[in-house]
Structures are given as structure tokens and as C-alpha cells.
Design a protein. Structure first.
Length: 124
């Protein structure tokens, strides 16, 4: 049976995988759909993590500092509407797609969130 910590660790590894996929995109036509898919995955995983990090289910406090960073990210960064607008108007404008991807990466790196995820995964 999988422990709660192992479950959370698995979710964090999915976040890192999608983040890595976003970093690897070469900004070609059609990449906006890939960006959208990876962003939705990341946001979903972060929401799950935020909902699952509580004092009753976690034996160690390693995950708790991430909860505030996840909440900050979810409260302050909204790209879904911009992506929908871009998909209709600018999906073939590679400069706009690249800028959107870079802004998403920047938001994920804000407050060293991705670094903290990587460090936590190495630690546990």
C-alpha cells in the first residue's frame, strides 16, 4: 500500500515532469496546445497537493512549506484565459507562444517553487 507521503512525492514528480516538458518545447507551430495541456496538468497537480497537505495526513513537515508557495501560485497566476485568447488569434505567432511559455515558466520558478520541489524530492 502506498503511504500518503509516497503519494505526494509521486504527484510532485509529475509536476517536475510537466515543468521539464515545458522547458523543452522548441516554440514551433502547434506548441500552444502542448503548453496548455502541460499547464493544466501542473495546475491540477498543485491543487491536489494544496488540498492534501495538512497536519493530519503528513508524518513529516517536509511538504508544509510548499503549501504556501502552491497557494501563492494558484492565487496569483492565471494563464488559462490568455491561452484561450491566443489559441483563437495568435496560435501561429511563434513569438507570442514563446513569450507565453516563458511567462509560465517564470511563474513556476517564482519564490523558488520548482527548486524547492526538486530539493524535497531529493530529500525524501
Amino acid at each position: 500500500m502506498v503511504t500518503h507521503n509516497e503519494h505526494l512525492k509521486n504527484i510532485l514528480s509529475h509536476v517536475l515532469h510537466s515543468y521539464g516538458d515545458l522547458k523543452e518545447i522548441k516554440d514551433a507551430p502547434g506548441d500552444l496546445e502542448i503548453i496548455k495541456k502541460e499547464l493544466f496538468k501542473i495546475n491540477g497537480f498543485i491543487r491536489v497537493m494544496t488540498n492534501n497537505i495538512d497536519s493530519e495526513n503528513i508524518q513529516s513537515s517536509d511538504f508544509k512549506p510548499l503549501k504556501s508557495k502552491f497557494r501563492y501560485y494558484l492565487e496569483n497566476y492565471f494563464f488559462e484565459k490568455e491561452i484561450e485568447t491566443m489559441a483563437l488569434l495568435y496560435s501561429n505567432d511563434l513569438h507570442r507562444v514563446k513569450n507565453m511559455r516563458l511567462k509560465i515558466l517564470e511563474s513556476l520558478e517564482d519564490r523558488k517553487m520548482m527548486n524547492d520541489i526538486e530539493e524535497l524530492l531529493e530529500k525524501i
